[in-house]
Design a protein around this ligand. Sequence first.
Ligand SMILES: [Zn+2]
Length: 142
Amino acid sequence: MADVHSKEVRSYNMSQIKGKNTKPEMLVRRYLHAQGFRYGLHNKKLPGKPDLVLRKYKTVIFVHGCFWHGHEGCKYFTIPKTRTEWWRQKIKRNKELDSQHIKALKSNNWHVIVIYQCEIKKDRREKTFENLLSHFSSIANV
Ligand SMILES: [Zn+2]
């Protein structure tokens, strides 16, 4: 694990902490919209308040920050060197909540898609969106 955050990584992490309407989420929304999908946003009635809700496909999408949601093995997830233990607990808790929410959704027959923000980075975006589309076409064909 890298000892020091590069400036780029640090500002990227900080930008994620703000939450709603973050840029990667906007990219996912714009893409799906352009493909003709319609969705609701930040549905408070569903566990974990999913970022996108596509009722027609019984699918919810979370767009997760790699840092905030502790994306294992991802270069954007490194625990800060100060208040390390506090961050460790904080992110552990976030991950626990995430999996509880996903479990609850799945037990209500929702399809749950989690997209990490690193998967929306330029070099990986196309692949991610392809996978997303194949999810919807696989449901539509059932
Ligand atoms: Zn990541």
